[in-house]
Design a protein around this ligand. Sequence first.
Ligand code: IMP
Length: 425
Amino acid sequence: MPQNIAIVGLQWGDEGKGKVVDLLALEADVIARCQGGANAGHTVIVGEKKYILHLIPSGIIHQDKICFIGNGVALDPFGLVEELKVLESEGIGYRGRLFISAACNLVLPYHKLLDEIYETRRGESSLGTTLRGIGPAYRDKVARQGIRLADIFDDRTLKQKLAGIKSQRTDLMASLPDDPRCDFDKIKTDLQALCPLLLPMMVDVSFELDRLQREGKRILFEGAQGAMLDVDLGTYPYATSSNTTVGGIFTGLGVGPRMVDEVVGVVKAYCTRVGAGPFPTELTGETAELLREKGAEYGATTGRPRRTGWLDLVALRHACRINGVDKIAITKLDVLDDFETIKACMAYEIDGVEVTEFPPLISSFERVRPIYREFPGWRTDTGAVTQFDQLPEEAQSYVRFLADQMGAEIKLISTGAARSETILV
Ligand code: IMP
């Protein structure tokens, strides 16, 4: 059993990382989240209960674990408070075991307003963002005008920073002077009202993780979104604004590369995407609908119906390489139980040329024709299967083929939402 495991999504998010984190957290002492924000929606089902977390690491559900939110996370402090209330109402205590980096950049109400304004201005080329203010918050961070968690505890700094933002953003804000999300005095007062709650949680996450590692504690790094949404390596500009690949762990938590002993890539047995942008294996019609209904493919954050399609091995090989994936966790295999034939895309045909590598130019995707390999379906319920060799032959060959193509070992296969519906390989 490796000491520290990183869990990353290999597609466009929504691979089922919540369940994988929940399972692997059983063996860990610490769970740390390094990037993204409340755009993520991690669903965990425990018995009859369903938890949807956006900002707080899914590991919080295990009451004996310590959780960290790293500096790379875009932290919506008001959203966080709402999530804490939900945890409290469910009897899940967080005091003394949820810690947040002092260097987290905050997502504030005006970021959500700006997200809406930018999306509207993009018109037909809008990105389909979650409207959670993520892009504008990371934009402020990179422009070095973001407000960090530590700033809210210092009246003068907070005042100066808010005044700076107000003066620079007049062009956008002027059109909506009465929108309460631009009321900077209110934002300041509301932030300062959170100080007593947030102060005991604020720490130097890098220092704490190093200390815990030295004490022999096991750390689970919980990724959000997926490789194809990485701002550098995904389908840019149809991406989110953070590094969703393994590198995000090092900068987003302040840890060195040797801290990660194993990278587990989570891949759904088919493919989905929510929001705009290229999706070479996208299906329409009856098959698309079957995948959506059987897989309950509706956004955990926005409720939007997800686009659905077959697995894309060109994109997945790219995702495994950029993440240095050691093992894969295959989720939602049971969704394919009823299909007579299953397809996986082996290569793209672009302008008559067969391409097996992920194209760097976004406009090439408009001309991609997926080249598929067909697999016979198994037409058997796999929900209750807990041993790999109890899976139907066809299902075994499908997952073996995927692992082989992705150059990774299979760590686990999930055949349902419950913890028990899992094959540990
Ligand atoms: P943003 O992160 O809200 O700026 O959205 C940018 C793109 O990433 C949009 O296409 C979103 O639908 C997508 N996205 C962001 N977070 C998630 C997620 O957790 N799951 C799936 N898609 C996401």
